[in-house]
Design a protein around this ligand. Structure first.
Ligand code: GCU
Length: 641
């Protein structure tokens, strides 16, 4: 069985010893009762249902104000008597997990999620893909849902998973990869039963199930076209969708990656993305479903010689002309940055430029470009900066919902690296409340995951994790320039790996300088796509934050950054510092041997060895590369190979 993650039995101690009354009816109320009964069986409490009878010290029920919305709840506590009220059963479920997470004493008040949907997208394949494997960009083993082309049917495990997701605030999942291959396309039709079975598990935890579909599904199922203007295509989607809802009445909807990295889309038929999205939206609308339509559309056959094409502009250029043209049940799903989930990117300008469209902001919990769950890289500080507007428009202000790519799999720790569990937890918590402090969220996670953690362990985990994203940033690609990873699997350094490819991912290093000129004055104009004051800030090399200096500018190595050092010296300093910090993480972990269950301790220890090795490799390759290009020695005289 899998690791208990943030729901170990001890987490229920505070409420499992109480006399608890639950009123209300419905599937999710039954789930609440089941959970509480289990906790009480362990800790000596008791659950009573319905009103009346002896007084209880914890009282959960409906009857909360309608303003609480479908998932909100209100907690009051007086004289050892805690009352949880919700307007709907889903609110009771969230409220119960709130009590598990935080106890009741210090956290009374009214709680509502910032956005109505917080979704987790699984990039799971049904068949093992020859290059991408069972889970695309999966670093936690195989899929929880499929194995080698067949459903796993490990429903107890999926149940444990659904509990973890709902306990941190997630309320929607997509089960399969956005790259929909022929077998996966059948999930929508003759293999729908597999989806229904999983949806049945998620439903009990208030999580709605969505499916990635191929825009060419009608063709895969026998029509000669998928043209949105063709009546037969429209009819195909309508009738297919009717069948889906007959099987899964609360089905969430379709997720589509169209005209992107080889996936089919409306461009084939000379139609726009609004035409494409609306076709599916119309089929889903009578049933209350939504289309998540991805904005990750760019030319992946670019000529590296052509400096006029800028992938960072692509989504903006494709989609802003269609603002207002999408149906109400379309969510335009936009990656948080303009490129592709790099360790440092500004906010995607498209997100702030679609006032008449529902925009979902997409994060990547799976650590594709951030250490692949071999490196500790706590991502909440990055997400939090983006949400709060530290770099670019505050995404929290524009997001109608949040989406993230899952980092889970059939690994016994769920996430490969046991400490990567914190990223999933934090995604759920920030989706509910983007204003939460990342360190406070980590603290919550530590309290739950390491019950009774002594101060020494708690401090060590903070020391290792709080700043681990910045550490990772320091020893990898510098100053926001991105990529520099091994093409294909994307692990480890390869400075020029993507420099002469078709993917639009360049750094333009030469003997004089490095970085991409995205200014309006002399570059691709990407800086000018931002609203004020960001367009001005990013345009000017003197105002642009150092973290993004090479994202927006091609700078001489001797250019003095706002932080005071030169570009070249920053590269050297950051890489020496980052690799040293990785080694310090390993030392801190060694100090907590004996305070962590042995298997978990060992797994992290081994992975930290790899992180230190990899950080040194990054340091040496990046520093050597730039020393050779620039000929500028390290001002501090350290060894560069
Ligand atoms: C990245 C990733 C792909 C994925 C794509 C996407 O480019 O490397 O594996 O398919 O993002 O988000 O669709």
């Amino acid at each position: 069985m899998n690791d208990a993650a943030w729901l170990p039995p001890e987490a229920w101690r505070a409420i499992g010893g109480r006399r608890i009354r639950v009123t209300g009816r419905g599937l999710l109320v039954d789930t609440v009762v089941d959970e509480l009964r289990r906790a009480c069986a362990r800790f000596g409490g008791e659950v009573v249902r319905g009103p009346g009878g002896k007084p209880c010290d914890l009282d959960l029920g409906l009857g909360g104000d309608d303003a609480l919305g479908p998932e909100g709840y209100e907690l009051t506590a007086a004289d050892e008597h805690t009352v949880l009220r919700a307007a709907h059963p889903h609110g009771l479920l969230h409220g119960m997990f709130h009590l598990v997470r935080l106890g009741d004493a210090s956290s009374t008040g009214t709680f509502r999620p910032a956005v109505p949907r917080r979704m987790l997208d699984h990039w799971d394949n049904v068949d093992v893909h020859p290059v991408m494997g069972q889970v695309e960009r999966g670093y936690a083993g195989g899929s929880l849902f499929w194995h080698n082309g067949a459903p796993r049917r490990d429903l107890p495990r999926v149940t444990a998973y659904a509990r973890l997701l709902t306990a941190c605030g997630i309320n929607a999942v997509t089960l399969n990869n956005v790259n929909v291959h022929a077998t996966e396309a059948r999930l929508l039709t003759d293999r729908l039963g597999e989806v229904a079975e999983l949806a049945g598990v998620f439903r009990r935890y208030g999580i709605r199930t969505h499916l990635s579909v191929s825009f060419a599904a009608p063709v895969l199922h026998g029509l000669d076209t998928a043209d949105p203007a063709d009546e037969r295509v429209r009819h195909w989607w309508e009738s297919t969708t009717v069948d889906v809802y007959a099987t899964i009445p609360d089905f969430g909807g379709y997720l589509v990656k169209a005209d992107s990295e080889g996936q089919p889309g409306p461009f084939t038929y000379g139609r726009s993305h609004a035409d494409g999205a609306n076709l599916l939206a119309d089929a889903l609308a009578p049933h209350g479903g939504v289309v998540h339509w991805r904005a990750f559309v760019y030319n992946h056959r670019q000529d590296w010689r052509d400096r006029g094409v800028d992938r960072a502009r692509a989504a903006f250029d494709h989609f802003t002309p269609h603002d207002g043209a999408f149906r109400e049940n379309v969510v335009l799903q936009v990656k948080h940055g303009p490129m592709d989930f790099q360790a440092r990117e500004p906010a995607a300008p498209l997100i702030a430029a679609m006032p008449a469209t529902r925009v979902g902001v997409e994060f990547q919990v799976t650590q594709e470009y951030t250490g692949q769950q071999r490196h500790v890289c706590y991502l909440a500080p990055m997400w939090s900066e983006l949400l709060r507007g530290v770099h670019g428009p505050a995404l929290a202000g524009f997001a109608a919902e949040f989406v993230a790519v899952a980092n889970t799999g059939d690994d016994p720790f769920w996430t490969g690296h046991p400490l990567a569990q914190a990223n999933l937890y934090a995604y759920g918590r920030l989706g509910w409340n983007p204003a939460l402090e990342p360190a406070a969220v980590l603290d919550e996670w530590v309290t739950l995951t390491f019950p009774g953690a002594p101060a020494r362990l708690r401090d060590a985990l903070h020391a290792i994790m709080d700043d681990s994203w910045r550490t990772y940033e320091r020893y990898t690609a510098p100053l926001g320039v991105g990529f520099m990873v091994r093409p294909g699997h994307h692990y480890g350094p390869d400075v020029d790996g993507y420099e002469y490819t078709r993917w639009g991912t360049y750094h333009h290093a030469d003997r004089d300088g490095v970085g991409v000129d995205r200014t309006v004055a002399t570059g691709t104009g990407c800086a000018g796509l931002y609203p004020p004051p960001w367009a001005r800030i990013y345009e000017s090399p003197d105002e642009c934050p150092d973290e993004l200096a090479l994202f927006f500018h091609h700078l001489p190595y001797q250019h003095v950054l706002t932080g005071g050092g030169t570009v070249i010296q920053h590269i050297y300093d950051a890489h020496f510092a980052g690799a040293r910090e990785a080694a310090e993480m390993r030392e801190r972990w060694a100090e907590v041997a004996g305070l962590v269950p042995p298997e978990k301790y060992e797994r992290v220890r081994e992975l930290l060895d790899e992180q230190v090795r990899s950080a040194e490799e990054w340091r040496d390759q990046i520093n050597t590369y730039f020393f050779r290009k620039s000929g500028v020695p390290d001002a501090k005289g350290r060894r560069i190979h």
